[in-house]
Design a protein around this ligand. Structure first.
Ligand SMILES: Cc1cc2nc3c(=O)[nH]c(=O)nc-3n(C[C@H](O)[C@H](O)[C@H](O)COP(=O)(O)OP(=O)(O)OC[C@H]3O[C@@H](n4cnc5c(N)ncnc54)[C@H](O)[C@@H]3O)c2cc1C
Length: 305
């Protein structure tokens, strides 16, 4: 029986692990993608203590600290959570089942999908959700970036330095990214900005070969030859796993109180997956601190009952 199982191996999950260990709780972190979204960033320049740190290095530092404190880490996906009669939980990964007194949900956000034909088929074969991770594979290639916000414009700028040509495809009439970023992409000769335009289908054989696009203003369709499609249209909370245990807002984010408690006794949530307004590493680790200490307090009080 664990004192706490932390689901998620991003900044929130690792921090919850650190605080749990320092309270001598028997803790396990189960995470699908080590590092979470930080692994998708490049340089981090707003985490105290480091003027600038490579995101990979920061993730390694988080992991080293967690491991040094004796917290177990499993690289796996939690598929099901069952509440037992004595207010403890069973956490199932498909292959293994673990028992725990408390659960800390730190599952973060995942990329929003386009939900068009070819997207799923070519995921990892030309369709990517992370310019920083997959960009280097597109040296001298032709790339489409979908989206008009900061992430998309940032990705287009980065990919224009690697690829031969970048199409920045946005369905509205104006890019919504910060002006300084927009000015930068507008000044790049190898970036073509296609506004009022959507991708209808991603086409290929083994890998992506082209996209069919439609201009919604002129109602004109055409094909563009591309080697890759980077989807940067925001991130969403996938919280169906815990839908019966928590209350969610209209963005499917978990509602928590000031101690990061959910509506289920013994279940806490922290980081980007909650309704915390600003999604940053510092806010995630701050909430994770509260969640772990609140879980400790919950066990102490329960033991006295
Ligand atoms: C490209 C990019 C650049 C960024 N740059 C910065 C920056 O410079 N500064 C900054 O402060 N913030 C930045 N952010 C935001 C920052 O990365 C997030 O706010 C932070 O990572 C949130 O941490 P988290 O632990 O809550 O969630 P995440 O980092 O999203 O981690 C969630 C974890 O949960 C795991 N998970 C999900 N579902 C399951 C499941 N069912 N079972 C097991 N594990 C599961 C995931 O695999 C992952 O390990 C950036 C984000 C992106 C995408």
């Amino acid at each position: 029986m664990y004192d706490t199982i932390i689901i998620g191996a991003g900044p929130a999950g690792y921090t919850a692990g650190i605080y749990a260990a320092r309270r001598e709780m028997k803790a396990l972190i189960i995470g699908k993608e080590p590092g979470g979204q930080v692994a998708m960033a490049s340089e981090i320049e707003n985490y105290p203590g480091f003027k600038s740190i490579n995101s990979y290095e920061l993730v390694l530092k988080f992991q080293e600290q967690v491991k040094a404190l004796g917290v177990e880490i499993k690289n796996s996906e939690v598929k099901e959570i069952v509440k037992l009669e004595n207010d403890s939980f069973e956490i199932k990964t498909g292959l293994e089942v673990f028992k725990t007194k408390t659960v800390i949900i730190a599952i973060g956000l995942s990329p929003r999908r386009l939900a068009i034909k070819g997207e799923q088929e070519f995921a990892g074969k030309g369709v990517s959700y992370c310019a920083n991770c997959d960009g280097p594979f597109y040296k001298n290639k032709i790339i489409a970036v979908v989206g008009g916000g900061n992430a998309a414009v940032d990705a287009a700028e980065l990919l224009s330095k690697i690829g031969q040509k970048v199409y920045l495809i946005h369905r509205s009439e104006k890019l919504t990214a910060f002006n300084v970023l927009v000015d930068e992409v507008k000044s790049r000769e190898n970036i073509d900005i296609l506004l009022n335009t959507e991708i209808k289908e991603i086409i290929g054989s083994k890998n992506v070969k082209k996209v069919q696009i439609i201009n919604n203003e002129k109602h004109k369709e055409k094909f563009l030859d591309v080697d890759g499609v980077f989807v940067e249209i925001g991130r969403i909370a996938h919280t169906d796993l815990i839908e019966n245990f928590v209350e969610r807002d209209n963005r499917m984010q978990i509602k928590v109180d000031e101690k990061c408690r959910t509506k289920t006794k013994g279940m806490f949530a922290c980081g980007d997956v909650t309704n915390v307004p600003f999604k940053q590493i510092t806010t995630a680790v701050g909430q994770a601190t509260i969640a772990a200490l609140a879980a400790y307090q919950y066990i102490q009080l329960k033991d006295k009952e």
